[in-house]
Design a protein around this ligand. Structure first.
Ligand code: 13P
Length: 250
């Protein structure tokens, strides 16, 4: 199994001065230079290049985008292609985040198309799935996860992706999923991956996202089938993001 991945999703935060300052403190951190955990940041498009410059050429912290278009180029006003992200030095791209599914009406089929484009451009798609509170209350959480995963995978399948379980009700609420919830969701997703990829589905990392903070990180990252975290709010503060990374490094 590869290293745990701690990825920061800055969402629509980080004007240039803030983004550069955050990049500087991450680049200087010893944990980012270690080999037990992989750290990535996904700034808004406008800050990717300035952050890349601050992280430097021998980048200890990987870069990612927060979305890309499914087409390689053309008449798509306001959109960004996967190859454009690759040009900027990105290794990852977050796809199908629930905020995009909800605010932009993205479907799992859209996500699958984008994931295919990301793989074609040499990026690793971080595909997000997660149930709403209403779906959980109706006892449908695992069914929703299974359906979203199956429909969000690119044509090429699950090889070369990262998966993120982000229960919608845990995002930005301060109410992380319980260890039991996480075990059951990650176990079900792992079984789906195993059925597709063999080898216990271990070649794909499954991240947990939703109110990961320094004080709950060790408990979450120590669970079986949790291979890292996708961190929102706490990734905007270098101290708390690095504390989460140190928890992953053990
Ligand atoms: P929070 O860590 O702010 O809950 O956000 C999680 C998330 O949406 C990461 O993609």
């Amino acid at each position: 199994m590869s290293r745990q991945l701690i990825a920061g999703n800055w969402k629509m935060n980080g004007r240039l001065a803030e983004a550069r300052a955050l990049a500087d403190s991450l680049a200087a951190a010893p944990v980012a230079r270690g080999d037990t955990v992989e750290i990535a940041v996904c700034p808004p498009f406008t800050a990717i290049h300035p952050v890349a410059e601050r992280l430097g050429g021998d980048r200890a912290v990987a870069l990612g985008g927060q979305d890309c278009h499914a087409a390689p180029g053309g008449a798509h006003t306001g959109d960004i292609s996967a190859a454009m992200l690759a040009d900027l030095g990105c290794r990852y791209v977050i796809l199908g985040h629930s905020e995009r599914r909800q605010e932009h009406g993205e479907t799992s089929a859209d996500v699958a198309g984008k994931a295919g484009a990301a793989l074609d451009a040499g990026l690793v798609p971080i595909i997000c799935v997660g149930e709403t509170q209403a779906e959980r209350d109706a006892g449908r959480a695992l069914e929703v996860l299974h359906a979203q995963l199956e429909a969000s995978l690119p044509e090429a399948g699950a090889a070369g992706i990262v998966l993120a379980y982000e229960p919608v009700w845990a995002i930005g609420t301060g109410r992380a999923a319980t260890p039991d919830d996480i075990r059951s969701a990650h176990g079900a997703l792992r079984a789906d991956l195993a059925a597709r990829l063999g080898n216990g589905g271990r070649s794909v990392r499954i991240l947990y996202g939703g109110s990961v903070k320094p004080d709950n990180a060790a408990g979450i990252l120590g669970l079986d089938d949790v291979d890292g975290a996708l961190v929102g709010g706490a990734s905007l503060d270098s101290e708390s993001f690095l504390a989460i990374a140190r928890a992953a490094a053990g």
